[in-house]
Design a binder for this molecule. Structure first.
Ligand SMILES: NC(=O)c1ccc[n+]([C@@H]2O[C@H](COP(=O)([O-])OP(=O)(O)OC[C@H]3O[C@@H](n4cnc5c(N)ncnc54)[C@H](O)[C@@H]3O)[C@@H](O)[C@H]2O)c1
Length: 349
């Protein structure tokens, strides 16, 4: 796979007919999220023995489940010419893409993302992975799908938690990209209300942005993909400390705001105030409480950090800065915030 290859990305209100044609298109194997299959599977038929239903949830992103899929593919007579089709959220995409990258040393695959998060983010850029030893995405490859079908007809069935999950990544993208920020300023309430036109506009703009960024740094070697980690250093730490009780997007939202507070002198007041408003509107149960010491240690464990804790901080819309602290400085600043902010309120210990 070289850096100039691209996925064919099709975006539409209802691409069921195209997806059904791909599913019925000969030598294919379909990996379905079981919940999505229950809701939409009737329209997409697989040949006998050519389908695997994965249990919904992050636990499916494991080497064991990947091995089960490979075994099912062998049992079903798949070969190097088989195309794997993954239908579901980011978990199905990451898992299916990973299996496609290793089955007989790599076969073609098609991604059919069905959550807001997977449509605006995870289906673009070619990252695939499973989790090993409790470490997210620790075994994975870059393997672009041949085609991505982004169809809005899946989205009305999404539960509110999964909707907010996608909104979190969209808010992040708004601060990285001028076109998404313009939509964010005019139509974010329509998006929150799931207005079809707003959803379509945000999905198209986010996909165009992510495609452009990842094409410039396909293998994550030039540092250009790093801006996509905005809000994620503290977001991932909070997610781990809180036992993944909320959706990933909520932690990203809190992470964006808390990282702005950590580097208050570098961040415009407008950004701090906008982030506080959106976090309070979307994160309904308040901020999870976690100790500053624990969060500092978790930030330091992030695989992207190599000894220093690196934060991609939104200084202003479109102005993203990599700012680093030692783990001890991170914990000290978090402790100092404990008394200073009414919403993000880590426990001082
Ligand atoms: N590859 C990347 O670049 C990248 C980027 C961001 C996130 N990710 C990964 O994405 C995963 C999270 O993805 P996700 O948030 O889509 O979670 P998910 O795949 O677990 O889906 C969330 C839930 O929504 C259900 N669901 C899916 N589509 C539905 C629909 N249309 N209607 C009703 N329910 C539906 C699923 O059954 C599941 O219970 C994580 O593993 C994360 O690491 C990957």
């Amino acid at each position: 796979m070289n850096e100039t290859q691209k996925s064919r990305i099709l975006i539409g209100d209802d691409l069921s007919a195209d997806i059904a044609a791909a599913c019925g298109g000969g030598n294919v194997f379909i990996l379905f999220d079981r919940r999505v299959h229950g809701l939409f599977g009737g329209r997409f038929c697989a040949e006998e023995g050519r389908m695997f239903l994965m249990e919904p949830g992050e636990d499916a992103k494991s080497p064991a489940v990947a091995g089960e899929i490979v075994a099912a593919m062998l049992q079903g007579g798949c070969n190097r010419k088989t195309t794997l089709i993954a239908v579901g959220g980011g978990v199905a995409g990451d898992l299916g893409g990973f299996v496609a990258s290793v089955f007989m040393r790599g076969i073609d695959w098609i991604n059919v993302p069905t959550t807001l998060l997977s449509q605006v983010d995870s289906s673009v850029g070619g990252k695939t992975a499973v989790n090993v030893g409790g470490v997210k995405n620790s075994m994975g490859r870059f393997h672009l799908p041949k085609t991505v079908y982004i169809s809005a007809h899946f989205l009305p069935a999404l539960p509110p938690r999964e909707w907010v999950c996608g909104l979190g990544e969209i808010v992040k993208t708004a601060y990285l990209d001028a076109a998404v920020y313009a939509l964010y300023k005019t139509s974010f309430s329509d998006l929150c209300a799931r207005d079809c036109r707003a959803v379509s506009a945000f999905v198209r703009a986010c996909v165009a942005f992510k495609e452009a960024v990842t094409a410039r740094d396909f293998l994550e070697t030039t540092g250009k993909r790093k801006i996509l980690n905005a809000g994620h250093t503290l977001g991932h730490a909070l997610e781990a400390a809180d036992g993944h009780a909320r959706s990933h997007g909520e932690y990203v939202l809190i992470g964006l705001y808390a990282e702005a507070l950590l580097f208050r002198d570098d961040v415009s007041s407008e950004v701090v105030s906008e982030l506080k408003t959106v976090v309070k509107a979307l994160v309904k149960d308040g901020c999870p409480s976690a100790s500053a010491g624990q969060l500092g240690a978790l930030c330091a464990m992030d695989k992207k950090n190599e000894g220093r804790v690196s934060f991609m901080v939104i200084a202003a819309p479109g102005d993203i800065r990599e700012l680093c602290l030692s783990p001890a400085e991170t914990a000290d600043r978090l402790r100092a915030l404990a008394a200073a902010d009414g919403f993000f309120d880590p426990i001082g210990a």
